[in-house]
Design a protein around this ligand. Structure first.
Ligand SMILES: Nc1ncnc2c1ncn2[C@@H]1O[C@H](COP(=O)(O)OP(=O)(O)O)[C@@H](O)[C@H]1O
Ligand SMILES: CC(=O)N[C@@H](CCC(=O)OP(=O)(O)O)C(=O)O
Length: 260
């Protein structure tokens, strides 16, 4: 029997910072048919609030060095401020959303990243997604909204990149569903020429990716994002797309699809 479809949609920090695009996105998300999960970032907001508190933010390879104080900030910002506002806005759109960290219903367990050349502090690498518990919420017609926080099973919260949460939750849920990932951000897709917002690369496979990296067309945060896409596809996820906030609507066919 064919598996039922499940869409896992991620919104990045730039969308969260722009109330108009966030509201427009949430409206489209609320109209999306079928079972769905939302994952949100919020790195920009964490950086600005940390700065107001006199805490400097340090990123290495797109990942936040998370000391004890920074962990407190990200817990308040991702788990509280951003997550609860998104949930409240979805409730206003008649979506019965439930906000979660990975500690809630033991949904995402991770392991503190081992210290090698860099000590990332309280950053977690995902070890186990509890697809059974997450599915209990979905089956009850709740819409899970995940923030970028996981736990280690021993009472420690850990900061985990929202793109990674997305791919790992999708991999876990692909035990039960035919899963598709939509990474939504402020651009139309992965661009061939960063100065031309219409130069969307329609398809990227492993060979094309190698070439784009060599040519320095894909840089910065896009590198770990696409690495997460390939990881998801290699581990059971059916489809992965990168595009703007309306990419999952029928009218929009201008986005990037990642294939192996
Ligand atoms: N070729 C490219 N096309 C589009 N974006 C790119 C490209 N190369 C690098 N990027 C960068 O990747 C960023 C998206 O990744 P990321 O920083 O993880 O953002 P988010 O978490 O908001 O999705 C874009 O804002 C852009 O600056
Ligand atoms: C470990 C790590 O780097 N975690 C990220 C989690 C938030 C995130 O991923 O937010 P965006 O999607 O908005 O970038 C961070 O603290 O920035």
């Amino acid at each position: 029997m064919d598996k039922e479809k499940l869409s896992i949609i991620k919104i990045g920090g730039n969308i969260i910072e722009d109330a108009t695009s966030l509201d427009a996105f949430l409206e489209l998300f609320s109209n999306l048919e079928g079972k769905k999960i939302l994952v949100h970032g919020g790195g920009k907001r964490a950086t600005s609030i940390a700065s107001k508190l006199g805490i400097e933010s340090k990123m290495v390879n797109g990942r936040r060095i998370t000391d004890k104080e920074t962990l407190e900030v990200i817990t308040m910002v991702y788990g509280g401020l951003v997550n609860k506002n998104v949930v409240a806005k979805l409730q206003a759109l008649n979506i019965d959303a439930i906000g979660l960290t990975g500690a809630d219903i033991n949904s995402i367990q991770s392991e503190k990243r081992p210290v090698k050349e860099i000590d990332f502090g309280f950053v977690g690498d995902v070890k186990k997604v509890n697809h059974t518990n997450i599915d209990k919420l979905i089956q009850a017609d709740f819409t899970p909204v995940f923030c970028a926080i996981t736990h280690d099973g021993n009472g420690q919260l850990l900061n985990t990149n929202a793109d990674t949460i997305t791919s790992q939750v999708a991999v876990g849920m692909s035990n039960l569903y035919e899963t598709s990932i939509y990474y939504c951000f402020e651009l139309n897709g992965v661009l061939q020429d960063f100065n031309d917002k219409e130069s969307v690369i329609k398809n990227i496979n492993t060979d094309k990716y190698k070439q784009l990296l060599e040519d320095n067309i894909i840089v910065d945060g896009m590198i770990p994002k696409i690495d997460n896409c390939f990881d998801a596809l290699q581990n059971g996820v059916e489809k992965v797309h990168i595009g703007n906030t309306s990419m999952f609507t029928k009218e929009n066919n201008n986005f990037t699809t990642i294939t192996l």
